[in-house]
Design a protein around this ligand. Structure first.
Ligand SMILES: *Cc1c(COP(=O)(O)O)cnc(C)c1O
Length: 393
């Protein structure tokens, strides 16, 4: 058996193949469907829709493309605003800019790390008074954790603002029995290489609105009008997923539930070994939800822990372990300087606290126990050193 030593790099979330992917890729080759669209794409869409329990799905080249299409379908354009979670990857918000609209960033709340209903309420009340309600609210389910959707949906319904769920990280998670991504008007999944299942690159737009999805298919294939010649009346995109890559997705989808169980087991082992350390708090799991635990994440409270999350990260990098800080909030990004932001409480920005203290641990479904032991040992040793030094002084 290969021994995991410090010369082997441990990755944050590497791709994990089932072994069946090539069967579907080969079918694409054998039938010469080396094109965007084809039988693998059709089947992948149907299977994802069935898995999530929605009427339809449109396979596209990335999660970012799916978010962009959702905004287009909601007629987001120049001069509009879109409310967006601040604690997320930049890909959540970039498509708002593609459409010439402006994001307004909404803070997290401590129980889920996701969009704060209190901050959203403030932002909606304010926008309503100004006569400038957003065209959409874009909610992100971070690291597999469900947002407090009942509260978010109630607020958005009160003001009749449609919701887009960025479920790029939460495929397979559920909220009160409902699949992540199925509660808003549109849901978005990503099959990028680091996600819970991958097509190497790809995404999916899901919805119960089949008419809207038909329009998404039209827009994603260069918006070609039904005419014998090439005729175009609106701007389209080349966003469809390749039939070859959809074959990888079919092989991956067969093992999605295994991958969720494996990632949850990874979380469980970290929790058992590390939750007793002073100053460590794991990302909680909201009641009546089940997270896919895409990444195991925790916060390090420096005074109690005797080590900062930054120094802990350095210790892991030195041990050839790929760990990451929690996403840097978008309202702090140079790209979004001057953009409006609503904090959870008047004097409390939860996303900034999480950015300062948060860490993502290697969480891949293929992580071996000996690799995970190496991560755990590295963390425990980082905690031990200062206190032992104190004792010997
Ligand atoms: C990965 C990710 C995306 C973008 O998905 P791509 O397929 O890489 O374009 C969007 N939002 C979040 C939260 C993500 O993690």
């Amino acid at each position: 058996m290969p021994v995991s030593n410090s010369t082997h790099r441990i990755y944050l979330s590497p791709p994990h193949l089932s072994g069946n992917e090539f069967k579907y890729v080969k079918q694409a080759f054998d039938s010469n469907w080396i094109a965007p669209l084809g039988p693998n794409v059709d089947r992948f869409e149907k299977e994802i829709a069935a898995y999530a329990g929605v009427r339809g799905a449109v396979a596209v080249s990335s999660g970012t493309a799916a978010i962009h299409l959702a905004l287009r379908l909601l007629s987001v354009g120049s001069g509009d605003t879109v409310f967006c979670s601040t604690l997320t990857f930049v890909a959540s918000a970039n498509p708002i800019i593609y459409q010439g609209a402006s994001p307004v960033f909404i803070d997290s709340e401590p129980e889920t790390w996701n969009m704060s209903p209190a901050a959203l309420k403030k932002a909606l009340e304010h926008a309503y008074k100004e006569g400038d309600l957003p065209k959409a609210v874009l909610v992100v389910h971070l690291y597999g954790q469900s947002t407090k959707m009942d509260e978010i949906m109630a607020l958005c319904n009160e003001y009749s603002v449609p919701v887009i769920e960025d479920a790029a990280e939460s495929l397979g998670s559920s909220y009160k029995g409902k699949a992540s991504g199925t509660m808003g008007k549109f849901g978005v999944y990503s099959f990028n290489g680091n996600k819970i299942i991958t097509t190497s690159g790809g995404g999916m737009l899901i919805s119960d609105d089949e008419e809207a999805l038909a329009h998404a298919r039209f827009l994603a294939a260069q918006a070609r009008d039904p005419a014998p010649h090439y005729q175009h009346s609106v701007i389209g995109y080349n966003y469809r997923l390749s039939n070859v890559l959809a074959g990888i997705g079919l092989g991956q989808l067969e093992v999605l539930n295994d991958r969720i169980n494996e990632r949850r087991a990874v979380f469980e082992r970290y929790w058992q070994q590390l939750s007793g350390l002073p100053g460590i708090q794991f990302m909680p799991e909201l009641k009546e939800t089940r997270s896919n635990r895409w990444l195991t994440t925790l916060t390090v409270e420096e005074t109690a822990a005797g080590i900062s999350s930054k120094n802990l990260l350095q210790a892991m990098i030195a041990a050839n372990i790929e760990a990451r800080p929690v996403w840097k909030p978008l309202h702090l990004q140079p790209l979004f300087e001057g953009v409006r932001y609503y904090a959870h409480e008047a004097n409390r920005s939860v996303s900034e606290e999480l950015f300062t203290s948060g860490l993502c641990l290697p969480s891949g479904s293929s992580l071996t126990e000996s690799q995970q032991d190496r991560v755990i040992r590295t963390i425990k040793n980082s905690f031990r050193v200062p206190s032992e030094l104190e004792e010997s002084l």
